[in-house]
Design a protein. Sequence first.
Lengths: 113, 112
Amino acid sequence: DAGVTQSPTHLIKTRGQQVTLRCSPKSGHDTVSWYQQALGQGPQFIFQYYEEEERQRGNFPDRFSGHQFPNYSSELNVNALLLGDSALYLCASSLAGYPGELFFGEGSRLTVL
Amino acid sequence: SQQGEEDPQALSIQEGENATMNCSYKTSINNLQWYRQNSGRGLVHLILIRSNEREKHSGRLRVTLDTSKKSSSLLITASRAADTASYFCATDAASGNTPLVFGKGTRLSVIA
């Protein structure tokens, strides 16, 4: 049973560039949430996708956007990268209607220079 | 914003000792969860306690919840070097369909 997989694991970008991060949820899960974790901090909620729509959104600017595909996989896009976007981006999957445990991937480490 | 706040921020103990971490939150919740994160890795779910529960056990873990004080504690008994990690509490507010909100975490170091 495959868990949550994320790609790429590490990447380096420069200010102003755009980045796309990818996530495949745990088998059987239909909901994907994205979190940003700065060094030494707890994960901050970015948004959640269900049935290919953004269902909830945290306090992040419009530069952060996402998408969910019919196979439940998801992408996180960040435009006009800032130095402060450097962080570990975590994807978590769950099953709608069963609030509780989130299953996390290993994350994508983004460094913006 | 972060709902839960863990205390202490960092904790260092000897192997075999017990480790206690606390979490305080601000609003009424449906449930409270604890997660573990090894350095730079993904988070792993440890235990969930519902708002109508007061105590829960899982192996060497014991979680308590006091909704009147809006606080929870995580006890790890007979700690091992492999327990070295960051521990986060996470809550989902009782007011409707809300995302899971994490605290800043407690960094636990278990010295062999």
